[in-house]
Design a protein around this ligand. Structure first.
Ligand SMILES: Nc1ncnc2c1ncn2[C@@H]1O[C@H](COP(=O)(O)OP(=O)(O)OP(=O)(O)O)[C@@H](O)[C@H]1O
Ligand SMILES: [Mg+2]
Length: 284
């Protein structure tokens, strides 16, 4: 058990435990997850297997429960019914130290960035490093500055979140998620609200760090086709269950008229074969 919980990395043999997978090693599995909030059912039996080391994008209408779904993966919300497995460990009943051990393997970029308002941007990014790692101060500063530069915020570290635009806050949140170099990163709409060039730069940063670090990524995005172009897998949440999950090229071929309509609105290439990450990388 300790071996599974250790930071030894994402290894296929470690993820073989838990419920049967879909033919790939999975890092996170939701089995029959149901959740009601404010008296309304939100998740109505979600079965979802997130491939280890890949980038999976979750799409779906506003209010469908995408953010709620991510919060179940990281143990911030518990299901009313069903199971949540992370690397072979069922986490939905874990508490305290054991839950924290699992959470330490994650970083999450929240939809609203969720920065601490009372400290500077640098302190925000340094926070998880100071909390979880015992590094020399010079190393903390070096890593923080490196991440700020990567997200286009160099020289902004001394500012307070209230002094930043919405897009800058988002980028600071991204720097904070990346600085720990975790095994699993959940991105809740990482590029929504950014100008198109900055959104593109952030997507490229996500892909580049993903390629370099090999973490398991789950991203919620409304940006079609851009999100398809960087994803290995796409899953659609609809009516509280997963309506479909496939690699982007196959996802575009799904016959279900409802799914076709949803993805076609933002995606002029929806009827074409192909697409997906490899094609995008070739073009980049
Ligand atoms: N803490 C909470 N308490 C009560 N209801 C909640 C809570 N969090 C979410 N909800 C409700 O659950 C539903 C799904 O919310 P969620 O934020 O997951 O949607 P979403 O798919 O992420 O939407 P968007 O694309 O707009 O971000 C909504 O009806 C929302 O009002
Ligand atoms: Mg949301």
């Amino acid at each position: 058990m300790m071996n599974v919980l250790s930071r030894s990395g994402i290894r296929a043999q470690q993820v073989a435990k838990g419920p049967a997978s879909m033919g790939y090693p999975s890092m996170i599995k939701l089995v029959g997850v149901e959740k009601a909030l404010g008296g309304q059912p939100v998740l109505r039996g979600v079965n979802l297997s997130i491939p280890a080391g890949k980038l999976t994008t979750i799409i779906g209408r506003s209010g469908e429960g995408k953010s709620v779904l991510l919060k179940h993966m990281i143990g911030l919300m518990q299901p009313d019914r069903g199971e949540v497995w992370v690397d072979g460990v069922e986490i939905s009943h874990l508490k305290g130290k054991r839950l924290n051990q699992v959470r330490e393997r994650f970083a999450m970029l929240f939809q609203g960035a969720a920065l601490f308002d009372s400290v500077t941007v640098s302190e925000n990014v340094a926070f998880p490093l100071r909390e979880k790692r015992h590094l020399p101060e010079a190393e903390v500063i070096r890593r923080v500055e490196e991440k700020l530069e990567q997200v286009g915020l160099s020289g902004m570290g001394h500012k307070y979140p209230a002094e930043l635009s919405g897009g800058m806050k988002k980028r600071a949140g991204l720097a904070r998620a990346l600085v720990m170099e975790p095994e699993i990163i959940l991105f809740d709409e990482p590029t929504t609200g950014l100008d198109p060039l900055m959104a593109k730069a952030i997507r490229q940063l996500i892909v580049a760090t993903h390629r370099a670090c090999g973490f398991t990524a789950v991203m919620v995005s409304h940006e079609i086709p851009e999100a398809f172009a960087i994803s290995d897998w796409v899953a659609m949440l609809r009516g509280g269950t997963i309506a479909a999950m496939a690699p982007p090229g196959e996802f575009r071929q799904i016959a279900d008229p409802d799914i076709r309509e949803f993805i076609a609105v933002g995606d002029p290439g929806a009827t074409q074969v192909g697409g997906g990450r490899r094609e995008w990388e070739r073009a980049a």
